[in-house]
Design a protein around this ligand. Structure first.
Ligand SMILES: *Cc1c(COP(=O)(O)O)cnc(C)c1O
Length: 371
């Protein structure tokens, strides 16, 4: 820990933002009232949405949703910030912690593109410590990450676990050691967008030990609410307060909050658990099938709801899939993935169609006519 650490993680917040109060919205100083004339809202419901409750500005952080998400993620409501997808969480963390034109973030490529995009938009430097491509799949070189972070005096280390697109679940002990080593110097952000599919414990519990850890969760993947844009930052109370002051005044549209509350209800979660299991089963089936297919150089093991696959002719495979109406993610523009595609796990029928196209193309070259 650095000698000047007094306030813990608040010492990592941009000095010019430490006493920043943010925008005081009409909802910031909510008091009891009978007649609300403080926010210049219409006195009538929209003729297009009568009775929908859309006339008033929404709560900035709806308490019911905060509590429901905190309960689901096993943390305190004060450790939770809800935003417009975890994408907003990434952006807020960078804006709050990095001085534009001065501070750096560390990423481990190949990884989720938004870390570098948000850093670049904010004028923060991006230091890349590439994952190691090993016989067991992609692995994080934690010693190199720690050293690079210290050398660059980085404010944030972005880890993705399970990784997109690597599929790798990062070891808890190594992240714990990294957080310990970087305490007082950098916040270790663990993006757990796909953790449900790993059926492994979240690293949010590291917050009991370290205030320089932040975890990102989302309802966009396993909870099937990508269009509602609901993501969560889990971090120390003090950091959550700072992030909220950097956030837009009314980030969460009411219909999205209602959808999120329904999605985290007991009944919906029971269904979600079953769908996650079905996806995991299908992932294993597709992985096994791909590995035995000619033309497949390598299918990486995955703890998420996609497979990263290298092909002898990735461009050709991509085209043939598109001809059959199947859209997968072309990864070839990324360093170290010049022959790779990323295939999301769909239904068994959808996997069968993918495999049919691949088998057809990998045969003698004869296209089987489709009736
Ligand atoms: C999909 C994805 C997200 C985005 O989540 P939203 O909550 O929809 O913004 C975040 N991180 C990773 C690694 C993802 O793949």
């Amino acid at each position: 820990m650095s000698a000047d650490t007094v306030n813990g993680v608040l010492d990592l917040v941009r000095p010019d933002l430490r006493d920043f109060a943010g925008y005081r919205s009409a909802r910031s100083d909510r008091t009891e009232g009978r007649i609300w004339l403080n926010a210049n809202e219409s006195a009538w419901d929209s003729p297009a949405a009568a009775g929908a409750g859309l006339r008033r500005y929404p709560e900035p952080q709806p308490q019911a949703l905060r509590e429901a998400l905190a309960g689901m993620y096993g943390v305190a409501p004060s450790q939770v910030l809800v935003g417009r997808g975890s994408d907003e969480g990434i952006d807020l963390l960078i804006r709050a912690l990095c001085r534009p034109g001065a501070d750096a973030v560390v990423i481990t490529s190949p990884t989720f593109g938004m870390y570098a995009v948000c850093a670049r938009l904010h004028g923060a430097r991006v230091v890349d410590v590439p994952l190691l491509d090993t016989a067991d799949g992609f692995e994080c070189d934690f010693e190199a990450v720690a050293a690079a972070s210290e050398r660059a005096a980085a404010r944030i280390v972005f880890l993705c676990s399970p990784g997109n697109p690597s599929g790798t679940l990062l070891p808890r002990d190594a992240i714990r050691r990294l957080a310990s080593r970087l305490r007082g110097r950098a916040v270790v952000v663990v993006d757990e967008a796909y953790i449900e599919y790993a059926q492994a414990a979240s690293l949010a519990s590291l917050l009991d030990e370290f205030d320089n850890v932040a975890v990102l969760r989302t309802l966009s993947k396993a909870h099937a609410l990508a269009a509602a844009r609901i993501g969560t930052v889990i971090a120390a109370d003090a950091l959550i307060g700072v992030l909220q002051r950097c956030q837009a005044p009314y980030p969460l549209p009411l219909p999205c909050v209602e959808a999120a509350l329904a999605a985290v209800s007991r009944a919906a979660r029971d269904v979600t658990v079953g769908r996650v299991q079905a996806t995991v089963d299908e992932r294993q089936r597709l992985y096994a099938a791909l590995r035995s297919l000619p033309g497949v150089r390598r299918a990486y093991p995955s703890r998420a709801n996609f497979l990263l696959v290298r092909f002898d002719d990735a461009g050709g495979v991509c085209r043939r899939l598109l001809d059959a109406g199947v859209v997968v993610r072309d990864m070839r523009a990324q360093d170290a993935l010049g022959d790779a595609l990323r295939i999301s796990i769909g239904t068994p029928e959808q996997s069968a169609q993918v495999l049919e196209v691949l088998r057809r193309g990998s045969g003698a070259g004869a296209r089987v006519a489709v009736a």
